[in-house]
Design a protein around this ligand. Structure first.
Ligand SMILES: *Cc1c(COP(=O)(O)O)cnc(C)c1O
Ligand code: SF4
Length: 362
């Protein structure tokens, strides 16, 4: 349909992938085949929320599987248009914790800097969908400078989390302007990037990008794999190149109903990630943003999955399961309970097999 396929040189050019993102039902139908009813459903949803996916990510969809996990993350569903009383535009109260535009400052030592509203794919489960995809123009130099000024004036900020949208949809030059200014601020110890491009547009991870980033170390990257089928040859290669550049790479997944909400899938994902040299970091309970109700799982499902993994796979392959508390309370770890009782004398605890052990207090 694009006159280009995986063998063409354009396929591996991220500008081509980005500029040829699939954004309407007719073009999507050329790739995965849609009925008229399905096309109509998508169009209804597009009145509310945008769709975009790279040809690369769309090529991972199995057109014969209506429950395909890639499809469920990328293709709009009428479920998104169903209103629920508990839907919140901004469940994490990010706008309230925003001292200047594009900046969320909730934890005193860490600032979240939203440098763009664009993404290579608009994930159906995006928690920040009130902003993401709303604006195609990059944020202005003026706005960037305002945020950098804010960070400069706050010596307690030692960790700047550059996110969005997806920062790696910006050009290398634009990113370099941001990173070089951040690096000039003495109290900024680490720069973190939150990006989904290793998953949705792995060709964005070029040697030019990595050599630029290397100048502004220490940099950490967190990406966002949700399903083992996303671990393709291309995405694994992108991850390896990031790690080879000396940039530690972590992963934040979201627990999504019908996509990855069982032990088998999460286990395969986490083992696949560590094999790809990516360290699992967070597993999020799905937030309460508008149109996400159909993705939300019972919290006990996540607790059970973490319980099943604990003691049964490599410790560092197990992410922290968290709920980002509605109302802006931040991330709260949710764990299976291992403490049976604790007092001045001893702690009584159970292991992952349910056996009881005691540890005397000093
Ligand atoms: C998640 C988040 C961070 C980073 O939190 P860590 O637990 O350090 O990864 C910072 N600011 C905001 C507003 C966040 O939501
Ligand atoms: S890549 Fe991140 S910010 Fe962009 S749509 Fe997906 S979840 Fe939202």
């Amino acid at each position: 349909m694009f006159g280009v396929n995986e063998e063409s040189p354009e396929w591996n050019d991220w500008h081509w992938q980005y500029n040829n993102r699939i954004m309407d039902a007719d073009r999507l139908s050329c790739v995965i085949g849609l009925s008229e009813a399905e096309k109509a459903d998508i169009s209804v949803c597009l009145e509310r929320f945008r769709m975009a996916m790279t040809p690369y990510y769309a090529s991972l969809i199995d057109p014969d599987d209506p429950n395909d996990p890639i499809r469920a993350q990328a293709v709009p569903s009428v479920n998104e248009t169903q209103p629920f009383p508990w839907d919140m535009a901004d469940p994490l109260n990010e706008d309230i914790a925003s001292p200047v535009k594009n900046m969320v400052h909730r934890y005193s030592d860490r600032a979240l800097f939203l440098v763009t509203q664009c993404c290579s794919m608009y994930c159906r489960h995006c928690t920040r969908r009130r902003l993401v995809g709303e604006e195609d123009d990059p944020i202005s130099d003026e706005e960037i400078n305002e945020s950098i000024e804010y960070i400069r004036k706050k010596p307690e900020i030692r960790d700047v989390l550059v996110s969005g949208g997806d920062p790696l949809t910006l050009s290398d030059d634009r990113l370099e302007t941001i990173f070089s200014q951040l690096r000039e601020i003495e109290h900024v110890e680490i720069i973190r990037i939150g990006t989904r491009v290793p998953v949705t547009m792995p060709m964005r991870v070029t040697s030019a990008l990595l050599s630029m980033l290397k100048k502004y170390q220490p940099i950490w990257i967190n990406t966002h794999f949700n399903h083992p089928t996303e671990l393709t040859r291309e995405s694994i290669k992108a991850c390896a190149e990031i790690v080879d550049a000396g940039i530690p790479l972590g992963n934040q997944s979201v627990l999504l109903k019908g996509i990855n909400d069982n032990t088998e899938t999460i286990k395969a994902l986490m083992l696949g990630l560590v094999k790809a040299r990516v360290r699992p970091y967070y597993l999020y309970q799905c937030d309460m943003s508008v149109g996400l109700h159909h993705f939300r799982t019972d919290v006990r499902t996540g607790i059970k999955i973490i319980g099943d993994l604990t003691g049964s796979i490599t410790g560092f392959a197990i992410p922290k399961f968290v709920i980002d508390a509605p109302g802006g309370g931040g991330k709260i770890p949710i764990n299976p309970e291992y403490i049976v009782s604790i007092d001045d004398e001893k702690v009584v605890m159970r292991n992952n097999l349910g056996q009881i052990y005691e540890y005397p207090q000093p």
